[in-house]
Design a protein around this ligand. Structure first.
Ligand SMILES: [Zn+2]
Length: 216
């Protein structure tokens, strides 16, 4: 039997507070959500990082955002090989079943995943090169982003650039999914690439006409 323990007290207390206030005040609405199912218009693919507070940033209520989180907000290329693919399955479900109108990739500053990819590609993290490293193999998705960094860039500037490259690699890989490409070409889905500045609260959006990120 897998050993489990009761929820930490502070989390249980917060839950009961939510149940007694937010949930109680919106009981009918929650019941309707349960009966009618979810109808989010946006899928957001973002980092697991606890500082990227998506629902707070976009003021979202339940039922508005279909959120998928992974290390560094990466999207792999379409690869139907019969294995387990959490991110690809979430994308397939959002686009073909939920029929979302927008797929948003949200990267962020000081991303630990992006930094690890940078270190790995620069030869400073041999442990991530191991076949047994789930993190390392996941971050392989971003190697093309590292390879495309401008010559001579280093330190924080290189990391900020690679964070934005991660968004671009993910957008490009999204288009390798036939269901995404089809929906985009039909005009049923629009893609968006965002980068959030954790410290300053800024948000940038990729402009594919100007080929650069611009403030939102
Ligand atoms: Zn991150």
């Amino acid at each position: 039997m897998t050993p489990t323990r009761p929820l930490p007290t502070y989390l249980a207390r917060r839950y009961h507070g939510w149940k007694a206030t937010t949930h109680r005040e919106n009981e009918a609405w929650y019941r309707r959500l349960a009966e009618e199912g979810q109808r989010p218009r946006e899928m957001i693919i973002t980092c697991c990082d606890s500082r990227v507070h998506v629902t707070s940033m976009f003021g979202s209520d339940s039922d508005e955002l279909f959120i998928h989180r992974n290390i560094a907000a990466l999207v792999p290329r379409f690869g139907p090989d019969g294995k387990h693919h959490a991110t690809s399955s979430a994308i397939e479900y959002a686009v073909t079943s939920l029929r979302v109108s927008h797929v948003i990739v949200l990267g962020h500053s000081f991303c630990g995943g992006v930094r690890s990819c940078y270190d790995m590609c620069a030869g400073h993290a041999p442990e991530l090169e191991e076949k047994s490293s789930f993190v390392g193999r996941w971050l392989d998705i971003l190697r093309p982003g590292y390879d495309s960094l401008p010559e001579g860039l280093s330190g924080d500037a290189a990391l900020r650039a690679l964070e934005r490259q991660a968004v671009l690699v993910s957008l490009e890989n999204l288009m390798s999914f036939p269901m995404v490409r089809g929906a985009v070409e039909e005009g049923a889905v629009t893609l968006h690439g965002l980068w959030a500045d954790i410290a300053g609260g800024g948000l940038e959006s990729y402009d594919s006409d100007q080929l650069r990120f611009v403030p939102v």
